[in-house]
Design a binder for this molecule. Structure first.
Ligand SMILES: [Zn+2]
Length: 428
């Protein structure tokens, strides 16, 4: 057994099975959380994100330079009239020592998940079965980038996300399926593919390795500042990033050296698709159909496609609603235009583009200061979840992954007309 156990936030049940996907008592209703043996974190000399290995549920590490970076951007802060703001950035921005070549914080999760699979490789023969990743685009790109290290991955994305899946290397272990639908449709196809093929579902935000990998941004922000911020801002699609930040904050409170107060969480969605905002503001116990009227069209019209999850982790124990209730905070929404204006302002002060979701988060900060919902006197930490796509294009020759098939959301894996299940044997 490793350096942690998994605990259910609903019933308190602890399991030592590192691969447990759900609580044996509550089943799928709660998000299991890691409890680490080590209560005080020491940053190590390990590469990239693995410098936070004390609070990652893995023993292996993968060679990487990808790590969240944290900086002040003094001139930008002055422009906004902010006293104490730190920016976390994960993407490709060599001037700031950011080298995640997929351009997204999903690479932190992908590295952690793959290291966890590497841990399991010695003890089980099932681990070389392909890993199945459902994505709106960014996570798919991150896993595709890392697959060259040896583990075959099957990536399932909406057809519209096809241009997002490209790599700086050979991409030789990637199989790509596109789905004529949205992210939730891709996730459903991924689930059915995994069970039909006996492959390993990555699990997204339900996977603790995925969440704790993402939570390293909050760790680095707090360690850099010396204490937990008053206000934490991040774009939210599934809500898993905000959930991961709260879990990281609880660990940091337990550490004892970084303060004893949770941050307010300011989650950000991109209009017109804003189910988390609607459900939260209307005090719904779960995301209801009325929180996302005309979802298909609204999703098509949304600039930040990473934020278009119809099935977010909202109602589960330890989920988005619990996190906002415990931390306090707000769900903001911004328009495409506001996000693009924020991005140009950022590019003026910082020589770097942003992922649309990161631009939306930045726009919410600007808007929140204007409308008074964000106090500029507070200690603020803004998580910019991706960017640097222009310098990536300049510094690397990119290879776009060709899809093996484009399927309907109800694709029948028993019949399997496209022969997709043959990939269950691509391992080795
Ligand atoms: Zn439970």
């Amino acid at each position: 057994m490793g350096n942690y156990v998994l605990k259910c936030p609903a019933c308190g049940q602890v399991t030592e099975d590192p691969h447990a996907a759900m609580c044996p008592v509550c089943r799928e209703k709660s998000l299991l959380q890691t409890v680490y043996e080590k209560k005080q974190i020491d940053v190590t000399e390990d590469p990239g994100v693995f410098m936070f290995r004390d609070w990652l549920p893995v023993r292996s590490q993968i060679p990487t330079r990808a790590c969240p970076v944290v900086f002040r951007s003094e001139n930008f802060a002055k422009e906004l009239g902010l006293k104490d703001v730190l920016f976390g950035f994960t993407g490709y921005y060599p001037e700031r020592n950011a080298f995640a070549v997929s351009g997204t914080f999903e690479e932190l999760s992908a590295l952690t998940v793959l290291a966890g699979l590497q841990d399991a490789r010695g003890s089980s023969s099932s681990v070389m079965k392909p890993l199945v990743v459902a994505s709106a685009g960014n996570a798919g790109r991150a896993f595709a980038e890392l697959s060259e290290l040896g583990l075959p991955v099957v990536i399932i994305v909406p057809e519209t996300a096809l241009p997002a899946v490209r790599v700086t290397n050979s991409g030789k272990n990637v199989r790509l399926i596109t789905v004529k639908g949205d992210y939730a449709d891709a996730a459903a196809v991924a689930e059915r593919f995994s069970s039909a093929a006996g492959a390993v579902p990555e699990g997204g935000g339900r996977n603790v390795a995925h969440r704790d990998g993402a939570g390293t941004v909050f760790l680095r922000g707090t360690l850099t500042a010396g204490r937990i911020p008053d206000i934490y801002i991040q774009a939210a699609g599934s809500g898993a990033g905000c959930i991961a930040a709260r879990e990281a904050a609880l660990r940091l409170i337990g550490d004892g050296r970084f303060g004893d107060r949770l941050p307010e969480i300011h989650a950000v969605q991109n209009e017109p698709f804003t189910p988390l905002k609607s459900a939260w503001e209307n005090d719904h116990e779960t995301v209801l159909p009325e929180d996302m009227n005309d979802a298909e069209n609204m999703i098509r019209m949304t600039y930040a496609q990473a934020l278009t999850d119809r099935l977010p982790f909202y109602a589960q124990s330890g989920g988005f609603r619990d996190s906002l209730r415990e931390c306090g905070g707000k769900v903001h929404s911004v328009t495409e235009k506001e996000a693009k204006i924020a991005m140009s302002l950022w590019q003026f002060y910082e020589n770097c583009d942003l992922d649309p979701a990161a631009a939306a988060a930045l726009a919410a900060l600007i808007k929140g200061i204007e409308d008074g919902s964000i106090d500029p006197e507070k200690k603020i930490f803004l998580n910019l979840t991706g960017g640097g796509y222009d310098p990536i294009k300049e510094d690397f020759s990119l290879r776009y992954i060709r899809p093996e098939a484009s399927v309907l959301p109800d694709y029948d894996f028993n019949d399997d007309p496209e022969g997709l299940l043959k990939w269950k044997n691509t391992a080795g």
